[in-house]
Design a protein around this ligand. Structure first.
Ligand code: NDP
Ligand code: GDP
Length: 345
């Protein structure tokens, strides 16, 4: 039985990857940082099938311990401070986790089990102010946020450990990918949640930033398969994972609101607070290398993805409304919400 260690198992991708690997017969270990209230919402369905190990990306000794306990064949480093906007007010924390955290994981692998295969969650945010369109593996980086800068460091450290120590280390340059488990602050989830709440009479307006930004949005469930495929190849390499389509935030609003019979222009309000100090205007990936070499293909298209997320948020908010929970109750994780959430997501 193959063994895998996932950092960031409680997040969106970690939870989908855990399910994917369990289906393939892996023994799955997940690194979890201690929080005052347990944050198991995403992995609740598989909690009794995975082994949770306490640790933190900023604490090398805890990562060494996690490597010793799990003795993995494959390591997926998905943990990070993953939100671009937070990286301006918290640049040092972002560097500590999203950049140095990668070196900590690489060191833990090198010291404890150098034969383990390593996946690094790199990001299209590394392309930032894009120097070429569409973006591919050879496109130069020009990050536009402390998050993007931290990811560039993590990417090059992964490449460097491959070349210096002969680790089987891959960097997946993933474009934005979403799902009903996406964090509420990211634009897709913010919109689909607001659409559901407006439709159910729980909210009256939606305050937004730049509607002209364009992203290449795919489905997280499709993207975790690409991570696994990278680690099954003969040689370690880096791959762009994307849909090859780009849509504006305005198109996202149109698709989500019209799905429930509403016009976004009646509800959306421009709010300076959601405009960024430096913007990434356009992301569009070219996944040709992954399609050819990995045999990877995405299954869910843009409209289907957004509609799936609206449907899920309608169920979630209906359940919250039925149990008389208010917005502030689920901004903070709480066991009651976790219970109702697992029924709907
Ligand atoms: P999430 O924000 O959903 O998950 C991040 C995970 O990292 C959570 O499990 C979180 O734990 C964990 N984490 C945060 N800080 C620490 C820490 N100090 N020690 C250990 N674990 C920590 O992100 P996604 O699942 O969306 O993304 C997975 C990875 O892929 C991230 O590295 C992200 O930057 C990257 N990425 C994501 C893209 C996307 O579109 N989703 C695109 C490209 C790259 P907790 O639950 O306790 O917060
Ligand atoms: P990112 O690509 O990792 O930064 O993913 P996000 O989902 O956070 O943002 C995608 C794009 O949506 C960015 O260009 C944002 O500027 C834009 N955007 C516009 N309004 C909002 C908003 O209210 N919240 C967020 N998160 N993004 C917004």
């Amino acid at each position: 039985m193959k063994r895998a260690l996932i950092t960031g198992i409680t997040g969106q991708d970690g939870s989908y990857l855990a399910e994917f690997l369990l289906d393939k017969g892996y023994r799955v270990y997940g690194l979890r940082r201690r929080t005052s209230t347990p944050n198991y919402i995403n992995i609740e369905p598989v909690l009794d099938k995975v082994e949770i190990i306490d640790g933190d990306l900023s604490d090398l000794s805890s990562l060494i311990r996690a490597m010793q306990i799990s003795d993995p064949d494959e390591v997926y480093n998905l943990g990070a401070q993953s939100y671009v906007e937070t990286s301006w007010p918290q640049p040092l924390l972002t560097s500590e986790l999203t950049a140095i955290g990668v070196t900590n994981m690489l060191e833990a692998v090198r010291l404890i089990k150098p034969s383990a295969r390593f996946y690094q969650a790199s990001s299209s945010e590394m392309f930032g102010k894009v120097l070429e369109t569409p973006q591919k593996e050879t496109t130069p980086f020009y990050p536009r946020s402390p998050y993007g800068v931290a990811k560039v460091y993590g990417h090059w450290m992964t490449v460097n450990y491959r070349e210096s120590f002969n680790l089987f280390a891959c960097s997946g340059i993933l474009f934005n990918h979403e799902s009903p488990r996406r964090g509420f602050e990211f634009v897709t989830r913010k919109v689909t949640n607001a659409v559901a709440r407006i439709k159910l009479g729980m909210q009256t307006e939606l305050r937004m930033g730049n509607l002209d930004a364009r992203r290449d949005w795919g489905f997280a469930g499709d993207y975790v398969e690409a991570m696994w495929l990278m680690l099954q190849q003969e040689k370690a390499d880096d791959y762009v994972i994307a849909t090859g389509e780009t849509h504006s935030v305005r198109e996202l609003l149109e698709v989500a609101f019209s799905y429930v019979g509403l016009d976004y222009r009646d509800y959306v309000v421009n709010d300076e607070r959601f405009h960024r100090p430096a913007e990434v205007d356009l992301l569009l990936g070219n996944p040709e290398k992954a399609v050819k070499q990995l045999g990877w293909e995405r299954k869910i298209g843009f409209e289907q993805l957004i509609q799936m997320m609206v449907d899920s948020d309608l169920r979630l908010n209906q359940a919250l409304s039925d149990s008389h929970l208010k917005q502030q109750d689920y901004d903070l994780p709480n066991p009651l919400v976790a219970a109702s959430w697992s029924e709907v997501v």
